[in-house]
Design a protein around this ligand. Structure first.
Ligand SMILES: *Cc1c(COP(=O)(O)O)cnc(C)c1O
Length: 396
């Protein structure tokens, strides 16, 4: 027996599922340098254009000068510093929840929250299109794990009837690969009827959604009694890094005691918390970023419709173009790339089989003229894409 990695990799290639990492040689922004070429990018999650904002950079610099660079230890030892604490208080206030807890990444926040709340003898119910970190968390928890039909409260309700032990319902707020919104009022009502708790991971809603950027719970006006566990990530619209869980004082204390991905890791650099405090301020107050995004989303959808592209049911900055076949999705991505436009093809297993797509993401940093360039390129490439699967394409 031996590890036949070469065969696994070759099969991945043959299935048009091979992944490659474009090398970014510039800061995030609409105009980037990638693999030695200047490109116009429509694939980052920097929805509000804060990842390279001068005030956020200045806050990071000042934070490093004041607090040093490393977190030094885990939060429970000596790594929980004043900027972390201030950011937690600001995030609690922002989300309208009693408390918030800072995690190093969204992946860890989800693993930590789910595994601290349910275990053997309990039940975790997840939307079948949830982010991989939520699915992994459910599996890792040891609770009975079941997936309900996408965004379907009736499908959830039928599974809730068979649930035993403490039951946690888990959903993305904005679905990361489709851009649609969870039907939270219906999901929350179904959960509440069976005394289940609802965890919402709103990685893509904080920033773009809600009058103040408060995400899907602000959009629907849902409080702690509807969404007991609210997760946000800081690497997307916040433009920095890390994540948080917001909820009751008891919830946060429970996570501090029992969430292993919280306990057994070094705290994030305190200066990063300083940067996030600044980006939180910009995210809340500069509502022109949301207004401009809304204009771009309308412009994109109108333009894409007239080209005949198949869009998804989304009014968020995530605007996927559904292709189906992975080879064709790669080919369209490649054709755009030859024209200086970067849009990633998203393929299985990230999305269900047969639903490969180009995941177009819009940012408040894009201009209407830049978006027009994308639409013109799509109008040119789409009719030439052809139906047949090309023999082989090396680049994603
Ligand atoms: C990106 C993402 C995560 C992971 O967050 P990181 O901070 O990047 O680890 C979790 N959930 C969803 C829905 C995401 O899109």
């Amino acid at each position: 027996m031996s590890f036949d990695l070469a065969a696994r990799l070759a099969a991945r290639h043959a299935d048009n599922l091979y992944r490659q990492r474009p090398l970014l040689e510039s800061p995030q922004g609409p105009l980037v340098m990638v693999d030695g070429r200047s490109m116009l990018a429509f694939c980052s999650n920097d929805y509000l254009g804060l990842a390279n904002h001068p005030e956020v950079i200045a806050a990071w610099r000042a934070g490093a000068a004041r607090w040093g660079v490393g977190g030094g230890a885990s939060h429970l030892v000596i790594g929980h510093s004043t900027p972390h604490h201030e950011l937690e208080e600001a995030l609690a206030e922002f989300t309208g929840r009693p408390k918030a807890l800072l995690f190093s990444t969204g992946y860890m926040a989800n693993l930590g929250a789910v595994t601290a709340l349910v275990g053997q003898g309990d039940t975790v119910l997840e939307d079948r299109l949830n982010h991989a970190s939520l699915l992994d968390a459910g599996l890792l928890s040891g609770a009975r794990f079941s997936r309900y039909l996408h965004n379907d409260a009736a499908s959830l309700a039928s599974r809730l009837e068979k649930a035993s032990g403490n039951t946690l319902v888990v959903t993305d707020g904005v679905f990361s690969m489709d851009g649609d919104l969870a039907d939270l009022p219906a999901l929350a009502a179904a959960a509440k009827a069976r005394d289940a708790w609802l965890l919402v991971d709103d990685a893509h809603g904080f920033g773009p959604l809600g009058a103040n950027g408060g995400g899907i719970v602000e959009h629907f006006g849902l409080g702690l009694e509807d969404v007991q566990v609210l997760v946000g990530t800081l690497g997307k619209a916040f433009g920095t890094a890390g994540a948080f869980v917001a909820g009751s004082e008891e919830l946060i204390e429970t996570l501090i005691q029992f969430a292993r991905p919280y306990i057994y890791t070094t705290s994030q650099p305190p200066a990063l918390a300083c940067a996030t405090l600044k980006s939180l301020e910009l995210l809340r107050t500069e509502s022109w970023r949301r207004a401009h995004l809304a204009t771009l989303i309308q412009q994109f959808r109108a333009g894409a419709h007239s080209i005949g592209l198949q869009l998804m049911d989304s009014f968020t900055p995530i605007q996927p173009i559904l292709i189906g076949d992975s080879g064709r999705a790669l080919r369209l991505s490649q054709m755009l790339r030859e024209r200086g436009l970067l849009v990633t093809a998203i393929r299985p297993p990230t999305v269900p089989a047969g639903s490969a797509r180009l995941r177009v993401t819009l940012s408040a940093a894009h201009s209407e003229a830049q978006l027009q360039l994308l639409l013109e390129a799509l109008a040119e490439c789409w009719p030439r894409l052809g139906a047949e699967e090309p023999a082989e394409i090396a680049n994603a």
